[in-house]
Design a binder for this molecule. Structure first.
Ligand code: GCU
Length: 617
């Protein structure tokens, strides 16, 4: 027998030693990866219209946890939310009560200088007094948690969610109790390769509970989803369905538009669903010019849900986009959910009013919410103001297209986005991606996404922001993904990333599709207040000149139906570090982050006011 000594592999030695010295960390790391199974989250439609909700916005205690230490148990089991009883000698190595607080909603980065560049695990905790009533169910509503979240109520894991820009609701009926309740939420903003978005983005990875959080109570069977839309064919009927969660078959349902004296009734089938169809006679159709909303009352058993809904149709006919059957030109701008003046994630009405006020001032009737679903306040305000919307999921740049689990993540985000904003007449386009590489696995992935969106919502249009081929002389739009899209968006940066602004005067466009086109991005950077000659980069004059040339070029594209130049307002980005100019901001805004309008703002405003960018037909 050779005397070969049996050598333990290094890792095993460490773990064994670790287990010997202190068992818990080893278990921790093992545990941190694989989260236990929990009931799926859902999205309660028109939840913001429910009156039976208790806001949980405000100050929450927080504990930073880059090592996911709190996912352990006992002395490091943060979900237990234990406080040391007076006189006790028990070993507990955390205390939310003694920990600082932070505002919800809000990204953590812009609230504390020490947190500005923090990405990682972050614990939120607060207590709430509740009186759960018999015959009622309770849901914790989270407007958005970037990027992954786990929710505990009274120490019990309730739900887990991935995706930083879509709302989710998790049922907590069986865990809430009368009196004091502990809510603990672990949010991890770590960027991951198999995430949506993936590792690199040209926007700041703001972490946290970035949108409203509330507790919603509903009857045992309640309306969790509905769709009411104007039928495209005749525009003379409202069609759709109502779904009642927890309903017996045969449950009475009614839909009423009191102002229009319209009412429909029906009973649920075995799946809690009832089809709705009622005449739309005499309705004022929703449009940017007439953003008419109807008060809608939906009743099912003991549940009543109301909403403010506009009725309109949107479709494509050849290379035209038809709104309520008439060709439309989309005068828009791209927008990030960056709060004006204070920066950080948009999360209140002032932020929304400032951004949409500038869209209106531009003479805009359209906006591209880039590159992820924005706060519901944006889509609600837009439906009141008459601003059409391109909404997008963050399938951005080099997502891992050859992975089925990544496809599932993008599908979940599309589902959550559509479910939340299906009732918003302002939203006309679902964008499935931005600037993705033209290869087979990507095209297959996104073709499936387009099909999925058409299944989820046959009343709206599917688009994506495509890259274009060629040089400043000849630009070619022939990306195979175009086949799967109703409307083709394209991004080009002639005069900034390639050539000089005047080059676009001679650019020839070769377009393989007889479909409506939207220029989803063009533009260049300028530091507000920096002035010089038109050929000096970063000056307002250079940016304004670039816009003049772009408008001239784009107007030569016959099927250009819309434009959303990049970008309404300067926004924070970790890849923009030119001192004295960018300082951590992408400076392609028409307005600075401090609200200063640049010269190009007025060039675009003039083009829109004179209806001189794009053609309805
Ligand atoms: C890209 C991208 C944007 C980015 C912009 C830019 O096209 O879609 O997210 O911010 O260009 O480079 O400024």
């Amino acid at each position: 027998m050779s005397h070969t000594r049996f050598v333990l592999p290094k890792a095993a030695v460490c773990t064994a030693l670790l287990l010997l010295v202190c068992p818990i960390p080893a278990v921790l790391y093992a545990q941190s990866a694989a989260a236990p199974a929990t009931p799926p989250t859902t999205v309660l439609v028109a939840v913001d219209q429910r009156t039976t909700q208790q806001s949980l916005n405000g100050d929450w205690h927080y504990i930073l946890d880059p090592y996911q230490n709190g996912l352990g148990s006992g002395r490091n089991g943060y979900p237990a939310d234990e406080e040391l009883p007076a006189g006790s000698n028990k070993l507990i190595e955390y205390s939310f009560a003694k920990s600082p607080t932070i505002k919800v909603p809000g990204d953590w980065n812009t609230q504390k200088e020490s947190l500005m560049n923090y990405e990682g695990g972050f614990w939120y905790e607060r207590h709430v007094q509740l009186q759960p009533l018999p015959g009622r169910r309770s849901f914790l509503h989270i407007g958005a948690a970037n990027y992954r979240a786990r929710v505990w109520i009274n120490g019990k894991l309730q739900c887990i969610h991935e995706g930083g820009f879509t709302a989710f609701d998790c049922e907590v009926t069986n865990t809430v109790k009368s009196g004091d309740n502990s809510i603990v939420i672990f949010v991890d903003s770590t960027r991951i390769a198999d995430g949506v978005p993936t590792l690199k983005t040209d926007w700041y990875n703001y972490g946290g509970l970035t949108r409203d959080v509330s507790l919603v109570t509903v009857p045992v069977s309640f309306i969790d989803d509905f769709d009411l839309h104007l039928d495209r064919a005749t525009r003379s009927r409202i069609e759709g369905y109502v779904h009642v969660d927890g309903a017996q078959a045969g449950t009475q349902v009614s839909v009423e538009l009191p102002d229009a004296k319209l009412r429909a009734e029906g009973v649920t089938d075995a799946n809690g669903r009832v089809a709705i169809s009622l005449p739309a006679t005499g309705l004022t159709l929703w449009s940017p010019e007439t953003p008419k909303l109807y008060h809608v009352v939906l009743k099912a058993g003991a549940d009543t849900l109301t909403d403010e809904i506009g009725f309109r149709t949107i479709e494509v006919s050849g290379s035209r986009i038809l709104l309520n059957g008439a060709p439309v030109t989309l005068h828009g701008v791209s927008i990030h959910a960056e709060a004006p003046f204070r920066t950080g994630r948009v999360n209140n009405d002032q932020d929304v009013d400032a951004l949409l006020g500038w869209v209106k001032e531009l003479g805009g009737n359209f906006m591209r919410l880039a590159h992820y679903p924005h706060d519901q306040r944006m889509t609600r305000a837009a439906v009141k103001l008459g601003i059409l919307i391109w909404s997008e999921v963050p399938v951005y740049w080099a997502v891992e297209f050859d992975r089925e689990d990544v496809f599932a993540k993008s599908q979940q985000q599309l589902h959550e986005e559509i479910r939340r904003d299906r009732d918003k007449a302002s939203v006309i386009l679902w964008s499935i991606a931005n600037e993705t590489p033209n290869n087979a696995s990507r095209t297959a992935f996104l073709t499936r996404s387009a099909e999925f969106v058409h299944q989820e919502d046959a009343t709206r249009l599917v688009t994506a922001a495509l890259l274009v081929r060629g040089d400043v002389k000849t630009k070619v739009i022939d990306d195979p993904l175009g086949k799967a899209l109703d409307v083709i968006g394209f991004n080009e940066y002639i005069g900034w990333y390639e050539g000089v602004p005047a080059d676009s005067d001679a650019t020839e466009w070769k377009i393989s599709y007889d479909k409506p086109l939207i220029v989803s991005e063009f533009g260049g950077g300028a530091k507000a207040g920096l002035h010089g000659t038109i050929d000096q980069r970063w000056t307002e004059e250079y940016q304004a000149d670039l816009y003049r040339h772009q408008i001239g070029m784009l107007n030569k594209i016959p099927q250009l139906r819309g434009s959303t130049p990049w970008v309404l307002m300067d926004f924070r980005s970790p890849v923009r570090e030119l001192p004295g100019i960018q300082d951590g901001f992408n400076r392609k805004g028409l307005v600075s982050d401090q609200g200063k309008k640049k010269a190009a703002f007025f060039i675009l405003q003039k083009a829109y006011k004179e209806n001189n960018l794009g053609h309805a037909e």
